[in-house]
Design a binder for this molecule. Structure first.
Ligand SMILES: [Ca+2]
Ligand SMILES: [Ca+2]
Length: 345
């Protein structure tokens, strides 16, 4: 599989120790989607959804390796060649408007979901726990060289090892947990909540733009757009300091949801903070054969796609087009949830 990272083991490849639009400030006033902002849904949980219009976009990336090498100096060429699953770029039509949560699901929302639904998170139900950060943990001393300690029962959505409040994005949640949340909300409210498709997610991230990030193509601008592996995070993983996002984004671990500017659709944290599960199975060559209208991914597969990068992700892997994946049981301190809600028209 192109050496693409899989969490417990590989994590974003950048993290393998062995390898060593501008914010549309005006959008709120005049954009069509602005009218739907403040649309409270997931009512039980206080989520806020933004209506995204139907539309077309170019999905994926076909940037030449040399172009990427110039923009992301210091990375092994194999990492850049490994991005071939982002090609070919292809036109995708999202034929129906849909609503997407403005924020990642928070710890407080997940706690309320558990209390009201009786759902037991997979990390608790299977007794194996999750992963977590510990100041004196040294990846080099472990068999797998994982960036985080685990799995251990003491780590879960409640404890990723670093401090978090109810406003921080929930982590250590599996794809199965995410689907359980969406199903419970759907049953409770009589509306359809679900994970976004991979195409919907990228459409939402691009928000009408064509650049690598919501602010444009420059990786150095990322510290203002989202929470990634910046200088603060690098203080805890000094071996990867050279690959850190330029500057200080203000957060060494997760940031409270919505701490960074929204993109042109009014969505926060599409770059970084936590990876977001989507509904699609991963297909390495999927883009060469995916349908133009409302693609939903391969019919089956072994791993589910996650998107957007995290607080522990290098800039190359926080681009709108980057694809990563894990099994449905994977839980990790970098992976969270964002829901969509179908529109009733
Ligand atoms: Ca950061
Ligand atoms: Ca995110």
């Amino acid at each position: 599989m192109t050496g693409r990272s899989a969490l417990p083991r590989p994590l974003p490849r950048p993290l393998r120790p062995v390898l060593g639009t501008l914010l549309l400030m005006l959008a709120g006033a005049t954009a069509p989607w602005a009218m739907a902002q403040g649309n409270t849904g997931g009512a039980a949980l206080g989520m806020v959804f933004v209506r995204l219009p139907a539309g077309e976009f170019r999905m994926g990336s076909d940037e030449p390796v040399d172009t990427l090498a110039a923009a992301y100096p210091g990375l092994e060429r194999s990492r850049l060649e490994g991005l071939s699953d982002e090609a070919p770029m292809h036109r995708v039509r999202i034929t129906r408007a849909f609503e997407m949560a403005r924020h990642e699901v928070t710890v407080g929302q997940f706690r309320a979901f558990l209390a009201r639904s009786g759902h037991v998170p997979e990390s608790v139900a299977d007794g194996t726990g999750g992963y977590g950060w510990r100041a004196d943990y040294n990846p080099a001393t472990t068999e797998r060289g994982d960036a985080f300690e685990g799995r251990l029962p003491r780590y879960s959505w409640q404890n990723p090892g670093f401090a978090q409040t109810d406003d921080h994005p929930v982590t250590n949640v599996t794809w199965n947990d995410a689907v359980a949340l969406a199903r419970w909300l759907s049953a409770t409210e009589g509306r359809t909540y679900r994970l976004p498709t991979e195409a919907e997610w990228e459409y939402a991230c691009r928000a009408g733009g064509t650049a690598r990030y919501q602010h444009g193509d420059d990786p150095a601008g990322l510290a203002r757009s989202g929470n990634t592996f910046d200088a603060r995070t690098a203080t805890h993983w000094p071996a990867w300091r050279d690959q850190a996002t330029a500057g200080d984004d203000g957060h060494a671990f997760t940031a409270p949801a919505g701490a960074y500017p929204a993109n042109a659709f009014g969505l926060h944290d599409m770059h970084g903070n936590v990876w977001e599960w989507v509904s699609d199975w991963y297909g390495e060559d999927w883009y060469a054969r995916s349908p133009q209208d409302d693609p939903t991914g391969p019919a089956d597969g072994n791993v589910k796609v996650r998107r957007g990068g995290s607080w522990h992700t290098w800039p190359l892997y926080a681009r709108c087009s980057f694809r990563n994946w894990n099994t449905v049981q994977t839980r990790y301190p970098l992976v969270g949830i964002r829901l969509v809600r179908e529109v009733i028209d």
